[in-house]
Ligand binder design. Structure first.
Ligand code: SAM
Ligand code: SF4
Length: 447
C-alpha cells in the first residue's frame, strides 16, 4: 500500500513540474512516506528526521515533508519537530503538489491531516482521491512489468492490535469500472502483472447498476484484459463468506495466480478472541483445506504476531502447532508492538517481556524455515515460469556477469527464483529449471 502511495505521489510531483532525485544532497524537498503498524518503523523515521535536522542546520531552505500513516497518527505533534515542514496524511495525498508549492513559497509549516477520519469520507474527498489515483496510476518504476492497483481503501475490522483503521479510515471499495480501466491502461504500458490491494481485499464489494461486484467478479473481468498475464491480490482476511468464489476463479483462470496471503496472527483461540479476529484456529485450518481442495498446489503465506498481551507458553505452542499444520510457503512473523489508541493498548498490558517475544519469534521462524525448505525441495529438477524483476543483489558475482548477470524473479506462487540471464529479461517472463534450493529462494538455469 505504501509503495503504491509513493509511486502515486512521485507521479503527481513529476506532473507538477518537480524532478525526482534519490540523493538528499541534491534535493530541495525531501518526502518520507511512513508506516505506523509497528513502533520500530516510526522510530526509524524519527532517526531519519534527526539526520535531516542536522542537514537543515547548513541548508535551512530544505523542505521536509512526512506523508502516510505516521503523519495522520501524530499530526501536529510531528509538525513541531524542528526538521518537519509538511505533515500530510494518506487521505490528503492528492494535495501533495499544491502543499509543496505553498510551503516553498510561503516558507511556513503546513498540516494536512483528516479530522474524524472514521466518519464516512466526504464525497468530495473520495472524489479527489479517486481522480488522483486514476490520473497517477502507473507502472512500478522499481520493478518493470508490474503494478499495484488499489481495490479498497481503509479497514473496518478493528483487530485489537492494529492501527490501520485509525489512520487509513473506513473501508471503501473502489468502482470496478475505474479499476478495470486502470488495469487496461497499465496493460497498454506493458504491465504484465497487476496486484490488487486492500487490507481485507477478499471482502471487496461494490454495487452498481443492480449488480454487486465481488473480488471474484473483479478478478474474472480483469482476466479478460489482453496483455495482463498474472493477477495477484493481497491481503485476505480468513472469512467464511468471501472465500470459495475467489478460489474457483483462481482454479478456472490461468491468469489468477495460485497464491493466497491469509494472515492467521495466532493459533490460540483465546488469543484470537482477545485480538478480535473472528475465527478459531480450527476454522482457519478448514479454510486452508478448502483452498487446497479447490486449487491444488496453491501457495499460501501467513502472518503471525508473537507476544500479544497475555500470550502464555501454551498459547504460543498452539501457534507453533498451527504453523506446522498450515504448511505455508512462507510466514511473516512480528513481535507485538503496542500502538497508541488501539483496543489492545487501551485495555491490555504489554505483559510479554521483550526477550520472550524475541525467543518466540526465533522459534517460529525456525519451524517455518524447515517447512519452506521442504516445500522448496519439491521444485528440484522442475521447470518454473518466472516474471523477472531485475538484477539480484549479487548480479556481478558470476564470470560472465556483463552478459548474464544474476537475475531475480518470482513465480506465480511468489517463490523467489535466482538465475543468470540477460538483464533485458527484466519485466519479461522466463522459464527456469530449478537446480538448488534454500528455504526462501530457488536457484536455477534459464531453459
Ligand atoms: N490487513 C492485513 C490483515 O488483516 O492481516 C494486514 C495488515 S497489517 C498492516 C500487516 C501485518 O502487520 C498484520 O498481519 C500483523 O501480523 C502485523 N501487525 C499489525 N499490527 C501489529 C502490531 N501492533 N504489532 C505487531 N505486528 C502487527
Ligand atoms: Fe488491521 Fe485487522 Fe484491518 Fe488487517 S483486518 S488492517 S490487521 S484491523
Amino acid at each position: 500500500m505504501n509503495k503504491l502511495d509513493t509511486s502515486l505521489v512521485s507521479s503527481a510531483l513529476v506532473q507538477g513540474g518537480f524532478a525526482l532525485t534519490d540523493r538528499v544532497g541534491e534535493a530541495d524537498v525531501v518526502l518520507i512516506n511512513t508506516c505506523s503498524v509497528r513502533e520500530h518503523a516510526e522510530q526509524r523515521v524519527f532517526s531519519q528526521l534527526g539526520h535531516l535536522k542536522h542537514i537543515k542546520e547548513s541548508r535551512p531552505e530544505l523542505v521536509v515533508g512526512v506523508i502516510g500513516c505516521m503523519a495522520q497518527r501524530l499530526g501536529d505533534e510531528l509538525l513541531q519537530h524542528q526538521a518537519v515542514d509538511i505533515v500530510c496524511g494518506p487521505a490528503e495525498i492528492s494535495r501533495i503538489s499544491s502543499l509543496l508549492l505553498e510551503t516553498l513559497r510561503q516558507k511556513k509549516k503546513t498540516l494536512a491531516t483528516t479530522e474524524r477520519i472514521r466518519s464516512k469520507a466526504a464525497d468530495e474527498q473520495n472524489q479527489a482521491l479517486e481522480e488522483f489515483e486514476s490520473a497517477h496510476s502507473g507502472r512500478d518504476e522499481q520493478i518493470p512489468g508490474q503494478a499495484f492497483v488499489r481495490a479498497m481503501r481503509g479497514c473496518n475490522n478493528f483487530c485489537a492490535f492494529c492501527i490501520v483503521p485509525y489512520v487509513r479510515g473506513p473501508e471503501v471499495s473502489r468502482p470496478p469500472d475505474v479499476i478495470l480501466e486502470q488495469i487496461r491502461r497499465l496493460a497498454d504500458q506493458g504491465v504484465r502483472q497487476v496486484t490488487l490491494l486492500g487490507q481485507t481485499v477478499n471482502s471487496y464489494k461494490y454495487q452498481v447498476n443492480g449488480k454487486t461486484w465481488s473480488l471474484a467478479d473483479l478478478l474474472g473481468a480483469a482476466s479478460d484484459i489482453a496483455g495482463i498475464e498474472w493477477l495477484k491480490f493481497v491481503t485476505s482476511y480468513p472469512s467464511q463468506e468471501f472465500f470459495d468464489d475467489i478460489l474457483h476463479v483462481m482454479a478456472g483462470s490461468p491468469k489468477v495466480c495460485e497464491y493466497l496471503h491469509l494472515p492467521a496472527q495466532s493459533g490460540s483461540d483465546r488469543i484470537l478472541r482477545a485480538m478480535n479476529r473472528h475465527y478459531s484456529s480450527r476454522q482457519y485450518l478448514e479454510l486452508l483445506d478448502r483452498a487446497r481442495a479447490i486449487v491444488p498446489g496453491i501457495a499460501i503465506a501467513g502472518d503471525f504476531i508473537v507476544g500479544f498481551p497475555g500470550e502464555t507458553d501454551e498459547d504460543f505452542q498452539a501457534t507453533a502447532d498451527l504453523l506446522q499444520k498450515a504448511a505455508y510457503k512462507n510466514a511473516f512473523i512480528f513481535k507485538y508492538s503496542p500502538r497508541p489508541g488501539t483496543a489492545a493498548d487501551r485495555r491490555l498490558q504489554d505483559t510479554v517481556p521483550a526477550e520472550i517475544k524475541q525467543k518466540r519469534n526465533v522459534e517460529l521462524l525456525a519451524v517455518q524455515e524447515k517447512i519452506s525448505d521442504k516445500l522448496g525441495r519439491d521444485f528440484l529438477g522442475k521447470q518454473v515460469k518466472v516474471l523477472v524483476e531485475g538484477l539480484s543483489k549479487k548480479s556481478h558475482v558470476n564470470v560472465d556477469a556483463d552478459q548474464n548477470p544474476q537475475l531475480v524473479g518470482r513465480t506465480a506462487g511468489e517463490w523467489i527464483v535466482v538465475f543468470n540471464g540477460p538483464a533485458a529479461l527484466a519485466g519479461q517472463f522466463a522459464n527456469v529449471r530449478i537446480s538448488a534450493t534454500s528455504p526462501l529462494t530457488l536457484f536455477g538455469e534459464p531453459v
